[in-house]
Design a binder for this molecule. Sequence first.
Ligand code: HEC
Length: 235
Amino acid sequence: MCVPIWAAMPASAQNKLVKQYCEVCHTDAVRNGGLSLESYDAAKPDPTLAAMILSKLNDGAMGAAGNGVPDKAAQEAWLTATREQAVGAAEWFVSREDGLVSASVTREVPSRRADVSKRPIYRIKVACNTISGVGQMQLTWSPQAQTGRTMTVSVDREAPVEYSLDGKESMGNGANVQSGHASLLLSDNGKAKLPNHSMTVRELFPGETVAFPFSDLDGKARTDLSACFNPPPQH
Ligand code: HEC
């Protein structure tokens, strides 16, 4: 695979910024927002993840660690490079590495907010470890954390399933601050099914509906992922 060169900022410089300003809360152990950036590498671009990072960068995440912020030029370059990487985030991104297959896609809600950078963005990521047969379906969102809400997820034409978002998470850097949630594991309770056509999320953000286009997922990715979500019948 060829390593892309981001015009605005080399991958190594982006990785350094992520380490300095983000990683403390997004380690494998802490995973604030359900996200680890511990092995983040801008040289292996994932447009859907970049779109989420971009949303958070636009929402002040650079200063979240309490380590100050990069200088103006670095901020601009980081934003531009992340924007470049996020191109195509509304289409399925399929990755295959060491027996782990994943597919992710984002949707932005054309909302009433005039400020584009504050618009809610949602990401669904379906992953399958084809060796162990264990799958995971994770919904994440940005920029506003949510708590004390009941949302629903409908798959194809099935009845909506309710999920409650309660409680708060503590910051991985030990700061005495708490926020709501920005992620939900749909696969946690065994209720998740791999949709054939669509997955519709309602009322995660008040009054909003978002639909993920599972009918656009390519056949090979669907087959690989089904190994975890629709186990073949036992003989
Ligand atoms: C002080 C701890 C802290 C730091 C530092 C931090 N975050 Fe977060 N992050 C959180 C918490 C807590 C959430 C979940 C709640 C929320 O969204 O506010 C979150 C959520 C997110 C999400 C949305 C959820 C997801 O999985 O997509 C993204 C993206 C994200 N952070 C990226 C970043 C980036 C990029 C940086 C560095 C510029 C960063 N964060 C720095 C604590 C932190």
